[in-house]
Design a protein around this ligand. Structure first.
Ligand code: NCC
Length: 276
């Protein structure tokens, strides 16, 4: 085990993590009604490339950040799960280009996924923890949450909105990059939506600015900027190997430590901008 430099880590992720979404030709979906609802092409073929992008974590430390204008100035903005903009524009902006949601959000009653207007802006991308084998049939037989049932219902209600599903292989290829670059054995759970989304945006953008994934001086136990609920595990991780994810991102950061401290801002280069 040797500690890779930032550029070496970036190259590992560029070369070993395949960014892929489900398409109608993939088995076992090809023979199912679901196939007709999946986008015919990969997300990377349909959207972007963008010049500059913002990835907005949902961290409580975004509260009172005043980062809204800066975030909205990017060509594309990614948000996560149930994170709202209405009422929080000053701190998180109002533009939503892509929303990455986990299957728990799609399935749980209290998120009103099928009817809430929160999800109607921008492009949706969803994911569900797949088996380590990344076998699609195995995953289809046993998802964590009913991602496919909910996807089909949502598509019927909102047929015009672009909606992709991440290939579970991406979760585990990224997990492997984390594990291979850490001394400790990490829990065998997929990376958080935050890291999955950051890597997805690195394949769509020339430069990705990630906000409050590495906490600034505003670091707080407040879980989300939009909820009055505190738990340090939101920032440090419990189910997800979040602390290790953050360590990796810190090593890949092209921006300054000062930017992290004052803005919670990390700068990562898009995959097309460097050679390995
Ligand atoms: O909290 P969550 O994530 O929606 O946050 C999105 C991403 O922002 C980063 N984050 C968030 C809070 C914080 N204090 N620090 C952070 O760095 C993380 O990168 C995080 O991924 C998820 O990853 O999908 C997660 O989803 C929630 C929950 O399912 C949704 O918010 C819907 O309610 C999970 N919480 C629970 O299961 C209770 C969370 O573990 C991960």
């Amino acid at each position: 085990h040797s500690k890779l430099s930032g550029p070496e880590l970036l190259c590992q992720i560029k070369e070993m993590v395949q960014i892929a979404t489900l398409t109608p030709d993939m088995k076992p979906f090809s023979g199912l009604p679901l196939a007709s609802q999946l986008p015919p092409r990969q997300i990377t073929a349909d959207i972007g490339p963008f010049k500059t992008c913002a990835v907005v974590s949902s961290a409580g430390s975004l509260k009172n950040s005043g980062l809204g204008k800066e975030i909205d100035a990017h060509d594309a903005v990614m948000r996560f799960n149930a994170a709202p903009t209405t009422g929080f524009e000053k701190d998180v902006g109002s533009k939503t280009t892509v929303r990455l949601i986990n299957s728990q959000v799609m399935a749980s009653e209290d998120h009103h996924f099928l009817s809430s207007s929160l999800y109607s802006a921008g492009i949706l991308v969803s994911w569900d923890p797949g088996p380590y084998s990344s076998d699609l049939q195995e995953w289809f037989n046993k998802t964590d949450y009913p991602i496919f049932k909910q996807y089909q219902r949502y598509r019927r209600l909102h047929p015009q909105q672009p909606f992709y599903i991440l290939h579970p292989r991406m979760e585990w290829q990224l997990w492997q990059r984390i594990q291979d670059n850490m001394m400790e054995t990490i829990q065998k759970n997929p990376p958080s939506s935050g890291l999955l989304g950051t890597v997805l945006m690195m394949s769509l953008c020339e430069v990705v600015h990630v906000y409050e994934f590495l906490p600034s001086r505003r670091k707080t136990e407040l879980c989300h900027y939009y909820q009055r609920f505190s738990d340090a595990a939101c920032t440090l991780g419990a189910y997800h190997p979040l602390l290790y994810e953050k360590n990796l991102v810190k090593r890949m950061n092209k921006g300054s430590n000062r930017d992290i401290y004052t803005h919670g801002r990390v700068m990562l280069p898009g995959f097309t901008t460097f050679n390995c």
